[in-house]
Design a protein around this ligand. Structure first.
Ligand code: 13P
Length: 248
């Protein structure tokens, strides 16, 4: 019922020339994908990658967006700017932004709202830290982050939201949540959405897993009923690796 979506978060990797090379390699490998395919290069690579993926089934996403339309926000990019260079998606509230750049539930909500109102689809990241899982707070944390991120958005606007459940301890560590852990926590996120918007709306929202997802573990994760795709870091930086995930 929910079409899977696999997105590559390239993080701070690849020059424009390298990004073009990667995506050119990817195009033939994912052309028959049954899921939505998104790549999220750095901002400087967006125009070049947009040009190469024209007419293909690969969609473009950015890694962050500011909430103002324009103004004195040095270093930031508006939703309209991202749209102008061909973005349809934008990642919001990645744990690296929360950890290293002072992103809060409030700013995640502002950024997600700006993205959605401008017509982008926001891939909103939520996830617990290692000690939060050990202490038994995972469900509370992910439910709270989800509700705060979506605050003020209408049920209609949730058509333009994807949630990415990324346990922070699984990102870039080689540690993956077990299929069951990921499925269970994504179920908690869906329940949190249902508490605000009702079950019909919650059943339509796509929720990805992210955290050391790769060719060798994608099948097990994607076989879980709650998991609707993946947000892929390391394994999105080589065409063959990412294609293995996409063609799960
Ligand atoms: P890795 O796949 O490298 O663990 O990164 C996951 C991630 O943070 C995607 O946004």
């Amino acid at each position: 019922m929910r079409k899977p979506i696999i997105a590559g978060n390239w993080k701070m990797n690849k020059t424009p020339a390298e990004a073009v090379e990667l995506v050119k390699g990817l195009i033939p490998l994912v052309k028959d994908a049954k899921c939505d395919v998104v790549v999220c290069p750095t901002a400087v690579c967006l125009p070049a990658v947009a040009e190469v993926i024209k007419g293909t089934n690969i969609k473009l996403g950015a890694q962050n967006v500011h909430f103002a339309e324009k103004g004195a926000y040095t270093g930031e990019l508006s939703a309209d700017m991202l749209k102008a260079v061909g973005c349809e998606y934008v990642i919001v509230g990645h744990s690296e932004r929360r950890q290293y750049f002072g992103e809060t539930d409030k700013t995640v909500n502002l950024r997600a709202t700006a993205a959605v109102k401008a017509g982008l689809t926001a891939i909103i990241c939520v996830g617990e830290m290692k000690d939060e899982r050990v202490d038994g707070y995972t469900d509370i944390i992910v439910a709270y982050q989800t509700k705060m991120a979506l605050k003020g958005l209408t049920a209609e606007e949730l058509n333009h939201v994807v949630i990415a459940y990324e346990p922070v301890w699984a990102i870039g560590t080689g540690l993956t949540a077990t299929d069951e852990q990921a499925n269970e926590t994504i179920g908690v996120i869906r329940k949190a959405i249902a508490e605000v918007y009702g079950d019909d709306v919650a059943q339509k929202v796509r929720i990805q897993y992210g955290g050391s997802m790769k060719g060798s573990n994608v099948k097990g994760l994607m076989a879980q009923p709650e998991i609707d795709g993946g947000l892929i870091g390391g394994a999105s930086l080589k065409a063959e690796d990412f294609a293995q995930v996409v063609n799960f």
